[in-house]
Design a protein around this ligand. Structure first.
Ligand code: NAD
Length: 186
């Protein structure tokens, strides 16, 4: 079974890729290497150096391999930078994410794991953040992009029958395989 992992050369993506490979999946590991390192990608993964801004390339990759699920981890994620350069964040985390969804729909790939962030919860009163607790406005553009993309995904679930699992970053690292497994078998 083939799974596309975006941001596969990054901190979390390289670990998710390794977990998936160890469980017997064929991983297409996509990254533009702007932050990640190709050496961090498991050697049994099929590495594709590509940028999510390039929708033609994304469609080609999704057409080239029999991909059944996507783990979308590629993002820019520096809170401070997002405040001084929000345009980069809205493009990378929203526009390029929509490119990925367009390519997935064209190739009828409907299973997606999306790494959101605890930053969507702003600065809550509770000491512990629990998945699904009421959203308060994010404090920075990075958190806003993650929350906006969650909302975009809700619309795609309804309109295009996309099956989405949302996970926060560290949680994705720990459970990336389990989440994808659930997605595939459900
Ligand atoms: N690390 C954490 O603690 C944490 C916590 C919450 C959420 N997250 C989320 O998890 C995901 C992965 O985080 P990470 O810490 O591994 O980050 P990271 O920067 O190590 O990895 C992201 C990878 O995406 C790649 N990338 C970025 N833009 C791209 C593009 N346009 N096209 C192709 N590749 C691109 C980068 O080169 C990098 O390798 C992100 O979506 C992040 O928002 C991380």
């Amino acid at each position: 079974m083939h799974i596309l992992v975006t941001g596969a050369a990054g901190y979390i993506g390289s670990m998710v890729t390794k977990s998936l490979i160890n469980e017997g999946y064929q991983v297409i590991a996509l990254d533009n290497l702007q932050q990640g390192h190709q050496e961090a990608v498991h050697p049994h993964a099929q590495f594709v150096e590509a940028d999510l801004r390039d929708v033609t390339m994304l469609k080609k990759v999704l057409g080239q391999y029999p991909i059944e699920a996507v783990v979308h981890l590629a993002a820019v994620s520096f809170v401070g930078e997002s405040v001084v350069n929000p345009q980069k964040y809205f493009q990378s985390n929203l526009v390029f994410g929509i490119n990925l969804l367009e390519a997935m729909l064209e190739h009828n790939v409907k299973k997606l794991v999306f790494s959101s962030s605890a930053a969507v919860y702003g600065s809550p009163d509770a000491k512990q953040i629990v998945e699904g607790q009421p959203i308060v406005p994010p404090l920075n553009p990075y958190g806003e992009t993650k929350l906006m993309f969650e909302r975009i995904l809700k619309r795609y679930e309804y309109a295009y029958d996309l099956q989405v699992t949302k996970a926060d970053g560290v949680y994705t690292y720990m459970t990336g395989f389990v989440i994808v497994e659930d997605q595939i078998t459900s």
